[in-house]
Every structure is written in structure tokens, then in C-alpha cells.
Design a protein around this ligand. Structure first.
Ligand code: AGP
Length: 606
């Protein structure tokens, strides 16, 4: 899931590349590099290093006036984190950066006898050597020949020696967006955040085409040489949306952006207090006659889908199957033309989710994706798309994307309820009216950001923690546990509160932190009983509930109150506490919550 960028124009490119890479670092941050035409001689220079973009910046020349270059921030797939394995890779006449996986790189080494040309452990260098082996002075023919030999996924930005000022790009599955402006020239990157200050208009580089970038032109052609007209799109956010704006980390900024993100996501989908997807070109017929649903996603996106599934199944009696995308892909899809398939993905590029969508479409055309990135692969390949409007989410740990996904699921649930007759119009209006109070309810949680930092101090030394709850609280527990794990590296397990005593309670030992979620009034007393069971065995219980206060010390050690709200919507208040607990535990342990180890924002490799 690397980040790549390319630029050829009239301005010195080095700092634009480095600043763009810094914004792409969430896609991969174990090493970084740039390559550029030093001058019009056609000679290409490379600067690259293991470490962060800041480490790369330190080895770049201040006097570099080059106006054409490419850059890369890496998430290692083949080979360790070393200077040699960092991109760009330069072999003979070819220098390139790559995002994706070359599956047949061993075969290419044999076919083109490349072994003696390689100095790294990466599949990317093999690709560069293959391009070089096929290069006889014509970049277009070289690219055609080479990509026809490659099995796997790729987004390449390629520079050829003696072709100063030119960058060639081609992609298969891995994302690339591009823009051309008369003033600043040609830009390409893994996502728009890298060059948003130069253009709010952009296009998705079509797959299996060749894009030729020059300072004064940008053209796209298919593999037969036929010109392809790019389809430009426009975003409504600006560069500040992709900056920290004074917050210490993107994650805490994005936690605080949630009320506004939810408002933007629901406001155009509510007419007279009823769900309305007209502006999204989603017909009501999509929700009519639905016999069953399947929700497919990964990680946090799956937990958001799960939250919606629980609501739909319990309120409207529609059977909903929630599937991990990487599992769904290799199982028999039990779907019919009346199955509604919802695919959830913030990036819209998660390869497992994309391939699962493709499999589902072999069985039903009722596929609806919830996606945050405009024009992304999943958005373009699903029959319908309901965009969430969280704005760019830079922190690897998903926060505002989760809550807008849940609220989008709730909009869909309301539409399904109304369409199926399970929701009267009055009931639906009441549900939607409560939904519209969520931004304010979340804001109150954020304004009263309880002293979570002190609370989590006790957790930072924990090796293991549990998140327990029933119903919606159990589904939120899954998200809360993942947040803590992925940014503080404390092992956390989500457990159905009623299930603990069937074995796992054996793990409850003196002082182990247990985050107990008891917001669901319908099962409140049952959860309190379960909490007493763990408290009696020495757990350190942090209770999240709507109680005004808890006086019985046999229930919890710390009580975090959330304002009273309908059970269905308690998740929006309680999740803020779960996010803050994870965030403060992470910084309490000296971790970087924005760029946790081993992770990257968008998993575009399998
Ligand atoms: C969540 O905090 C993680 N970043 C991860 O689980 C993420 O939700 C998952 O990889 C799915 O990504 P997507 O929404 O872009 O498809």
C-alpha cells in the first residue's frame, strides 16, 4: 500500500514531491525516495533512504532546481526495510516507482536473465529491469511489451533516461489519480491529497492505459494507441483538510471532525425527515423486495457494517450476513438477484473488498458501496454508490470514516424499513429526527473530553484488555478493541458479555482492564451481571453507560457517562470514548497513533 507521486511542470519539483510524499505517508512509511531529471541532459538522479519522508528530506539537495521527478513512500511487501529496497528503483535506462505486487517476478528474472542486474530484494526492481530489457528507445512500446508480461497489480510512474521532462504511467488495480494545469503542469499520485493545493479537479487514470506526462501536456492512450479522454472530477475540500490544523496528530483531529462529517453525510439524504437517495441516483427499487442482505468489508469498515446489520436484522427482520472480504472471496457466494449486497470501504481500494464485490456481482446486480474516496475502484465498480463525506482520512486508524459509515448504514436501514413496511412513516421520521441530533450529541462528548488521558495511564502498562457488551455494544466492542490494538499495540479482545463465562473468563486476572459497554437499556441488567462476574475476579472495569452515576463499587472502578439517547444511537457517543481511550493509550506509550507499526491506510495488496 505504498504512496507514489510524479510531477513535471515549470516549478522546482523537489519540495512539491517531498510535501506530497509527506501527505501520502499514511499509505506506507518505512522508507522513501525521489528521482528527478537533474537537467536537460536526460540524466536521472535518485535520493532514497529507509525511514520517514523527513529522513529523505535531510538527504536531498537544497539547490535542486529540477522540474520533473517521481517519489515513493514504502510499505514493505518484498524485502526488508533497507536503503536498497527503497524506491525509486533505477536499472539501466529505466527509473520507476511502484505500488502493487508483481506475482511472477521470479519468472521475469529467469525469462529476461535479470539476476546480475538486481541489487535489492524487491519485486519492483525486477519490474524496472524488465522495462529496461524491453526498452529500445520507444517508451510506449516498452511499456506495452512489459505490462503484457507482468502478472499482478501495479501502478507505475516511469522515467526513461534521455527523455528529460517526461513521466510515463500505467496501472492495473492499484490506484493512480492525475491532473494537468497550464500553470503548474502534470501531476500524478496514489491519491489527491498529494497535490490538492495545485488542483481540485482530477481524474482516475484508467486501467491498462499509458499516460504520458509533460510540462505542457498530459495525454492518455489505450494499448492500441487510441487517445482516451480522461473523466475529470472535482472535490469540495482543500489542502487544510489534509493537514493537522494545529492538532498534534491527524487522528485526534479526525475524531473531532466527526460531528461535521456526519452532518455532511446525512444532510443531502434527508427530505422531510425521511431518507432520500435521489441525489445519489439510488432508486427506491434497489430496496424493494430484498429477501436478504450481505455486508462485505474489512477491519473497521466491517465493524461499521456489522453495526448496521444488527440494526436491520433486529428492527426489520431482514436476514443479514456480515462477511470478512478476504473470506467471502474464497467461499461460495449464497446470493440471489433479490439479495442486497453492501460493500463498505473508506478508501474504495481495499483489494479484498474489491475482489469480493466482483464476485458478488456474478450473482446479483443489487450491489451498493459505501465509499469515502470519490471515483475509487469500489465506487466505480459497484452498481450504486453512497459516498460518505468524511473528507480525507489521513490517520491509519479509522475514526470519522467509521461513524459516517455507521450513519450511512442507518440511512439505508431507514429506507429498507420504510420500503418493507416494517417502519411506519411516523416511526421512520422519529428515527431520522433522532439521527439528526447525533452531531450535537457527539459534540457534547468532544467538548467534555473527559480526563481520558489519566484514565488510560493505568492501561498503558496492560498487556491484555477486554471490551465487553451485548447487542450494539458488542459490535462497538469489536471496533473499540481494534482501535486500541492497532495504535497502542496492547492486545485487546472484544467479547459478547454473556459469552465470557463459557471459557474466556479464565483469562480475567487481577487488574486486567475491561472496558464494559452498557448503553443498551434492553439488556442493561444482564450486562451489569456480567460485569460483576469479571469485577469479582479482579478486573479493573471501566464502565461506559448512560447512568448519571454509579455508586456500587462492585460494578466498576471508573464510570464514563454518556448523555441519554435512544439505544440505537448510543454508539455515536460511546465510540468517541473508545477512540479517545485508544488515542491516549497510544500516546501514553509513546507510539505514533497516525502511523502505527506494520500498518498502512489502504490495504491494496492481498
Ligand atoms: C481501521 O482503523 C484500519 N485502518 C483498517 O481496519 C481499515 O478499516 C480496513 O483496512 C478497511 O479499509 P477500507 O475502509 O479503506 O476498505
Amino acid at each position: 500500500m505504498c504512496g507514489i507521486i510524479g510531477l513535471t511542470g515549470h516549478n522546482p519539483s523537489q519540495n512539491i514531491l517531498l510535501d506530497g510524499l509527506a501527505r501520502l505517508e499514511y499509505r506506507g512509511y518505512d522508507s522513501a525516495g525521489i528521482a528527478f531529471f537533474r537537467d536537460n541532459s536526460g540524466h536521472i538522479s535518485v535520493r532514497k533512504t529507509a525511514g520517514k519522508v523527513s529522513d529523505l528530506r535531510a538527504i536531498c539537495d537544497d539547490d535542486n532546481t529540477s522540474t520533473c521527478g517521481i517519489g515513493h513512500s514504502r510499505w514493505a511487501t518484498h524485502g526488508g526495510v533497507t536503503n536498497a529496497n527503497a524506491h525509486p528503483h533505477k536499472v539501466g535506462n529505466v527509473t520507476l516507482v511502484h505500488n502493487g505486487i508483481i506475482e511472477n517476478y521470479h519468472d521475469l528474472i529467469k525469462e529476461f536473465n535479470l539476476q546480475d542486474k538486481l541489487v535489492s530484494e524487491t519485486d519492483t526492481e525486477v519490474a524496472a529491469a524488465t522495462f529496461d530489457a524491453n526498452y529500445d528507445g520507444d517508451p510506449i512500446e516498452c511499456i506495452k511489451k512489459t505490462v503484457s508480461k507482468i502478472h499482478g497489480t501495479f501502478a507505475f510512474c516511469i522515467m526513461f533516461k534521455n527523455r528529460p521532462g517526461e513521466i510515463y504511467c500505467t496501472r492495473r488495480v492499484s490506484p493512480l489519480v492525475a491532473a494537468f494545469t497550464e500553470k503548474d503542469g502534470s501531476f500524478v499520485a496514489s491519491d489527491l491529497t498529494a497535490f490538492i493545493e495545485y488542483s481540485k479537479q482530477f481524474f482516475i487514470v484508467p486501467e491498462d492505459t499509458i499516460m504520458i506526462m509533460k510540462a505542457d501536456s498530459m495525454t492518455v492512450q489505450d494499448m492500441d494507441g487510441k487517445e482516451v479522454t480522461p473523466e475529470y472530477m472535482t472535490v469540495d475540500w482543500d489542502v487544510t483538510a489534509a493537514q493537522k490544523d494545529g492538532y498534534p496528530h491527524y487522528m485526534i483531529k479526525e475524531i473531532h471532525e466527526q460531528p461535521a462529517a456526519i452532518k455532511r453525510t446525512i444532510m443531502t439524504r434527508i427530505k422531510d425527515d425521511l431518507p432520500d437517495f435521489t441525489e445519489d441516483n439510488i432508486p427506491d427499487s434497489l430496496f424493494e423486495g430484498v429477501t436478504d442482505m450481505t455486508i462485505i468489508a474489512c477491519g473497521t469498515a466491517m465493524y461499521a457494517g456489522n453495526m448496521g446489520a444488527s440494526l436491520i436484522q433486529n428492527k426489520f427482520g431482514i436476514p443479514v450476513n456480515v462477511c470478512i472480504a478476504s473470506e467471502f472471496r474464497y467461499e461460495r457466494p449464497v446470493l440471489s438477484e433479490n439479495s442486497l449486497v453492501i460493500v463498505v470501504s473508506q478508501s474504495g481500494e481495499t483489494i479484498d473488498t474489491l475482489e469480493a464485490l466482483r464476485l458478488a456481482k456474478t450473482k446479483t446486480q443489487r450491489t451498493l458501496s459505501l465509499v469515502n474516496v470519490k471515483g475509487s475502484s469500489i465506487a466505480r465498480e459497484s452498481n450504486y454508490v453512497l459516498y460518505t463525506h468524511a473528507g480525507p482520512e489521513i490517520a491509519v486508524a479509522s475514526t470519522k470514516a467509521y461513524t459516517v459509515q455507521v450513519v450511512a448504514m442507518y440511512l439505508i436501514a431507514a429506507k429498507l424499513g420504510l420500503t418493507s413496511g416494517e417502519f411506519t412513516e411516523a416511526e421512520c421520521k422519529k428515527f431520522i429526527q433522532t439521527m439528526q441530533t447525533v452531531p450535537e450529541a457527539m459534540q457534547k462528548m468532544l467538548d467534555n473530553e473527559q480526563d481520558i488521558e489519566n484514565l488510560t495511564r493505568r492501561m498503558t502498562n496492560a498487556e491484555h484488555t477486554f471490551y465487553i457488551g451485548r447487542g450494539q455494544d458488542y459490535r462497538l466492542a469489536m471496533e473499540g478493541a481494534l482501535k486500541l490494538k492497532e495504535i497502542s499495540y496492547i492486545h485487546a479482545e472484544a467479547y459478547a458479555a454473556g459469552e465470557l463465562k463459557h471459557g474466556t473468563i479464565a483469562l480475567i486476572s487481577e487488574g486486567i482492564p475491561v472496558i464494559a459497554l452498557a448503553t443498551q437499556q434492553s439488556v442493561y441488567s444482564k450486562v451489569i451481571s456480567n460485569i460483576r462476574e469479571v469485577k469479582a475476579r479482579g478486573a479493573y472495569v471501566i464502565l461506559i453507560s448512560m447512568d448519571d452515576e454509579i455508586t456500587d463499587p462492585s460494578i466498576c472502578d471508573v464510570h464514563l457517562n454518556i448523555p441519554k439517547i435512544d439505544d440505537d444511537f448510543a454508539v455515536f457517543e460511546a465510540v468517541v470514548l473508545c477512540q479517545m481511550i485508544a488515542y491516549y493509550a497510544s500516546i501514553g506509550k509513546g507510539c505514533n497513533p497516525d502511523q502505527p507499526r506494520n500498518l498502512a491506510k489502504s490495504v491494496t495488496v492481498e
